[in-house]
Design a protein around this ligand. Structure first.
Ligand code: C5P
Length: 232
């Protein structure tokens, strides 16, 4: 899979999600299904979007003991998504177990990427709440290296970290980057943002874009603008 724009389908129900995707006549964007939609609608929403021809990033961020993650990943592998994820904080053995669970009998599996530190966690919270005293950049790169060691395909990270992740883990290690905004757009609650063009320049492999597309007056035009800036 090459560079692509992934639309974050952060909707509360299947009806809202399908209503949005129905606008894309003839096009099948790569979509991200997160916890909100998955917990509301269950595996059926994944099957429905798969049947409609969309590639799917199932963003459930698993984090548990290795055996539980392995078994859960094995269930998720049957949904035939294209990409899924977990928390690198679960340790290398948890990530290795996840890969084992996700790998089907024929050896195929969805791409597996890791969350390093959530972007809602800053240095202060990490030090005070998690008692991790190292600089956050170092922690993110260490978690990314752990993910690479465990055999994962990449990480979710800020576009600002994508270059450094590639330097640390190699250029083929995928960087999937949310926090993307148009130069003339609203940044909302995101703090450290980049435009699709900047994300391309810095080497992001996939950008995850939610509200700049889902809340746009013309979502198709907004999606096409992302593709034009990031992919073409
Ligand atoms: O609407 P917006 O473009 O901010 O959506 C970004 C999407 O990426 C949301 O689904 C959000 O949960 C997700 N995300 C993020 N930052 C991370 C990881 C995921 O914004 N570090």
């Amino acid at each position: 899979m090459g560079k692509d724009v992934i639309i974050a389908c952060d909707f509360a129900s299947k009806a809202d999600c399908l209503n949005f995707l129905d606008k894309f006549t003839g096009k099948k964007p790569f979509v991200k299904i997160g916890m909100e939609l998955f917990y509301a609608e269950g595996p059926e929403i994944v099957k429905e979007l798969k049947n409609r021809g969309h590639k799917i990033f199932l963003d459930l961020k698993l984090h548990d003991i290795p055996n539980t993650v392995k078994k859960s990943m094995s269930v998720l592998s049957r949904l035939d998504v294209d990409m899924t994820n977990l928390h690198a904080a679960g340790t290398i053995s948890m990530m290795e177990a996840a890969i084992e669970g996700l790998t089907r009998e024929d050896g195929s599996r969805p791409l597996l990427i890791a969350v390093t530190q959530l972007t809602s966690t800053d240095q202060e919270r990490m030090e005070n709440d998690l008692l991790i005293k190292e600089p956050i950049d170092k922690v993110v790169m260490h978690y990314a290296s752990n993910a690479a060691k465990a055999g994962l395909d990449g990480v979710v990270c800020s576009p600002l970290e994508a270059g450094k992740v590639h330097e640390t883990c190699g250029k083929n290690f995928l960087t999937v980057t949310p926090g993307v905004r148009f130069a003339d757009g609203d940044i909302g609650d995101q703090k450290r943002v980049m435009t699709p063009a900047e994300a391309k320049k810095i080497g992001s492999d996939y950008i995850v874009v939610g509200r700049p597309i889902t809340a746009a007056a013309d979502p198709i035009a907004a999606y096409e603008r992302c593709v034009a800036e990031f992919v073409d």
